[in-house]
Write a protein that binds this ligand. Structure first.
Ligand code: SAM
Length: 342
């Protein structure tokens, strides 16, 4: 396969820009919708993978088209991306690509961390820059009640430590907060972050669960998280947010920081720079898109690289202005988070 770096001068006309003037620089690719956890707020526990996976060469060809259109950051996700056969080869190939500016991609991966202890060092060697680990409690019993996998807490903790040792940093640990379920973990999580040397980020729960149990009352909003931590640890907001940055960042006394991602209470759609590719090769221009765009179908039908890029460009233009959570006409998407790629 020809994997020559994609390099060309970056010009405004070669970038992906939507009809609201937002430049798309960040691609999230789901490489499987299989997952070895059944987190209670994400999956029903009764439904497995629902969508096909592409081959590595197919993902690569599609990703190269995005990179040729100005994408600088690629995040592999799922499902659980560490379950994917051939992951190291895929990362190795992606690490060879160059942005329009001639730089290596910012190459990241989001994982539940269960298999990370073994894979962290090989992933780093393959060219991965960073990982984000999802972890919704710092107490083993609560954590395993969430994941429904015995022994998961020790495995993920081992994964986080291995990733730090391998240099997959800065390492972010994402915690989705659900009221009355794991919100007692907020303060212990802040201490966990300082102790382990990771950036903890609290995420507001979004209506993307397989069970469709989401209600606004379940969301623990940013303001409440800040107020709670501030009672014992004065927080100072780090401003301004970088373009496309989803988290509001706060400095902790004595060093370190936490982040809060608040898509529900303080949506950041106006600065969104993301586009998604599902495991079966569909483009989603928003987590909450009602429509998917069959890029893989075009490729299967024999489209040239130029035609694929034209299709991506036309699709990106149609990116939704905002997600509409909380509006009367909000409709949850047909795919839930695990099948889209978080
Ligand atoms: N398996 C990987 C992992 O655990 O990080 C990647 C996929 S997972 C779907 C990606 C992220 O989405 C996880 O951090 C998970 O907690 C988060 N997530 C799942 N459902 C969510 C929801 N309804 N609202 C907010 N975040 C959600």
């Amino acid at each position: 396969m020809d994997l020559a770096p994609v390099t060309a001068p970056a010009t405004a006309s070669s970038l992906l820009v939507d009809s609201y003037g937002r430049t798309i620089r960040d691609l999230r690719v789901s490489i499987t919708d299989r997952c070895n956890y059944k987190c209670v707020y994400c999956r029903t526990g009764a439904v497995g993978a629902q969508y096909p996976e592409l081959g590595n060469a197919e993902y690569l060809r599609l990703i190269r088209q995005f990179v040729a259109l100005g994408i600088t950051k690629v995040r592999l996700t799922g499902g659980e991306p560490l379950l994917r056969a051939g992951l190291l080869e895929l990362v190795r190939e992606l690490a060879q690509l160059r942005t329009l500016e001639g730089q290596p991609l910012d190459l990241a991966l989001t994982t539940n961390g269960h298999l990370l202890a073994e894979l962290a060092a090989p992933l780093k060697q393959a060219g991965l820059n960073r990982v984000t680990v999802s972890m919704d409690a710092v107490e083993a019993e609560t954590f395993e009640r969430i994941t429904r996998v015995p022994g998961s807490f020790a495995a993920v903790l081992g994964g986080i430590r291995a990733a730090l040792a391998a240099g997959l940093t800065p390492l972010k640990v994402n915690c989705v907060l659900l009221r009355g379920f794991n919100d007692a973990q907020i303060e212990p999580f802040v201490h966990f972050g300082s102790r382990e040397g990771v950036v903890v980020r609290f995420i507001e729960f979004m209506p993307l669960d397989e069970s469709r149990l989401w209600t606004p009352q379940m969301v623990v909003p940013l303001r409440e998280v800040v107020e709670r931590i501030h009672r014992t640890l004065p927080l100072e907001e780090l401003a301004p947010r970088e373009p496309g940055e989803t988290a509001r960042r706060y400095a902790l006394p004595g060093g370190g920081e936490i982040g809060i991602v608040a898509p529900v209470s303080q949506a950041f759609c106006g600065a969104c720079s993301r586009i998604r590719l599902t495991s079966d090769g569909k483009i989603r221009t928003c987590l909450f898109s009602q429509i998917e765009h069959d890029l893989y179908g075009r490729m299967r039908a024999g489209a040239t690289d130029e035609e694929l890029r034209g299709y991506i460009r036309g699709t990106a233009e149609k990116k939704e202005p905002r997600h509409r959570i909380g509006e009367p006409d909000f409709l949850a998407p047909t795919r839930s988070m695990v099948h889209i790629g978080g």
